[in-house]
Design a protein around this ligand. Sequence first.
Ligand code: 5GP
Ligand code: 5GP
Length: 234
Amino acid sequence: MKGKASILVILFVLHCQSFLCSSQDFDFFYFVQQWPASYCDTRRSCCYPTTGKPNEDFSIHGLWPNYNDGKWPQNCDTSSSLDISQISDLVKRMEKDWPTLACPSGDGVKFWGHEWEKHGTCTSLHQHAYFQSALELKNKANLLQLLKHAGIYPGKFFSMESIKRAIKEGVGYEAYIECNVDTQGNHQVYQVYMCVDKSASKFINCPILPHGRGCGSRVEFPSFSHHSNSKHEL
Ligand code: 5GP
Ligand code: 5GP
């Protein structure tokens, strides 16, 4: 009996550890997309991927599990790293929709690996499902298309209200917009946060908004097609 009890205790502890390690214990996801021209201005430099200059479109930053109180788990399984052979069928789409803009230029694998290790390991999804879910969410919320539909084109300034309204009307849920400030002091649309349910497939109303850099009432939506040099330092 004593032996059985201690085995149970050991099993319970192991279970708890694995539960903590590859935690499914979160409340919702932030699906975060970045506007490439603003990333380049924010970081003061950017490098186009070795696979070529990305299209002028929003691109994925990450799919991040989060708690309702604003905190989040991260790096939940340090023994798990991205195995590119598991997502080889997704790589072409990832290069298009999840390009890396950090310097030095890369093919994206380092960025995707970082996102998997930091955020993906805290979900209950396997690597393939994690990346595929993010790609599908991007298709579901075609931000650039719905902004253009509302007359909001890159290369100009717009009211924050009009941008928020266009997303609300196009996706059906409110998004949180994070801005950066360029060298001239203009607020620029930098990242768009959307909330997603635990199944990583449906947009939801955000339980809590991220605390980030807010935006002024008038913001720049800078052009990326006119952004020509791959390494531009300000
Ligand atoms: P930053 O400090 O640039 O806003 O965020 C740095 C990194 O911290 C992000 O790329 C992301 O990995 C993580 N992070 C920042 N804010 C949040 C958040 O609200 N939720 C989650 N899950 N991760 C976040
Ligand atoms: P997070 O901020 O998600 O924790 O970390 C993002 C990490 O990925 C940083 O180390 C950053 O240098 C790297 N990274 C590589 N490419 C990109 C990119 O295109 N956008 C962002 N936000 N980070 C990138």
